[in-house]
Design a protein around this ligand. Structure first.
Ligand code: PGA
Length: 268
């Protein structure tokens, strides 16, 4: 997986959209992406939409029907269980998701860490399960507001990286400060750049290898209005979008912003 120059725009639909609305959203995003196809391809912008479990199959059909190429738009899930199958009532395995057409899976989102008491250890097991089933994990890390204010962000991020990633991790990382999620507040460009530099310095310590570029995304209150300034952050590989991904027009504007930045960075 070579993603060095690819910009990723990931939509996390959480548990927001009722079924019919989600299918319509998938249709609208697909149509919008296909309309911008040439531009997205030349700028290497890839979009990933992550509906809730019950919508994966129908959204997959939408993408198939439009013959949408995976390098333009693909499907991800919001979680998976560590085991492949077994007596786990209410759980869904990476293997099952892969069978429905998912290629990615978000793991360790702060809402799962908080609401389901997911530990770094559990997340690491899920990462392994995802990889073994051929899914690309998108692992979320991020500090709480008090941790940030007390100057503990670096140690929190380091602990989460150490605990959640396997040494042979082949996936995507999303830096999502908990205080920025759903709050309308985003870190300043300067703070985001600093955190990104820190994460980039911590990654090789965990992975003990430098032959694989781990794409790092930013997530937390991303909107079309400030997408340009977020994409301008040096070394950032994309964004993970929650609320703003539920409106096709707004989400497509963010996708468009990813193409501007590419030209900005590569044009001397
Ligand atoms: P938000 O969510 O964009 O609504 O803040 C981001 C996320 O939780 O991934």
């Amino acid at each position: 997986m070579s993603m060095t120059s690819t910009k990723l725009v990931v939509g996390n639909w959480k548990m927001f959209a009722p079924h019919e609305q989600a299918i319509q959203l998938a249709r609208d995003v697909t149509k919008g992406v296909l309309l911008q196809r040439e531009k997205l391809e030349s700028s290497h912008v890839q979009t990933i939409i992550c509906p809730t479990f019950t919508q994966i199959s129908s959204v997959s059909e939408v993408l198939k029907k439009e013959d949408t190429p995976a390098h333009l738009l693909s499907l991800g899930a919001q979680d998976c269980y560590p085991a492949q199958s077994g007596p786990f009532t209410g759980d869904i395995s990476a293997h099952m998701l892969q069978g429905l057409g998912a290629r990615y899976v978000i793991l360790g989102h702060s809402e799962r860490r908080q609401n389901h008491q997911e530990s770094d250890e559990i997340i690491r097991q899920k990462v392994k399960a995802a990889t073994n089933s051929g899914l690309i994990p998108i692992v979320c890390i991020g500090e709480h507001l008090t941790e940030r204010n007390e100057g503990r962000a670096a140690s929190v991020l380091s602990r989460q990286l150490e605990g959640s990633l396997s040494r042979n991790f082949q996936g995507i990382l999303a830096y999502e400060p908990v205080w920025a999620i759903g709050s309308g507040i985003t870190p300043s460009q300067e703070e985001l750049q600093r955190k990104l530099t820190l994460i980039r310095a911590l990654l090789p310590l965990r992975l003990m290898r430098d032959d694989f570029h781990v794409p790092v995304l930013y997530g937390g209150s991303v909107t079309a209005a400030q997408a340009d300034s977020i994409f301008a952050i040096n070394g950032l590989d994309g964004v993970l979008v929650g609320s703003a991904s539920l409106d096709a027009g707004h989400f497509l504007d963010i996708i468009k912003a990813a193409t501007h930045t590419h030209h900005h960075i590569t044009t001397p």
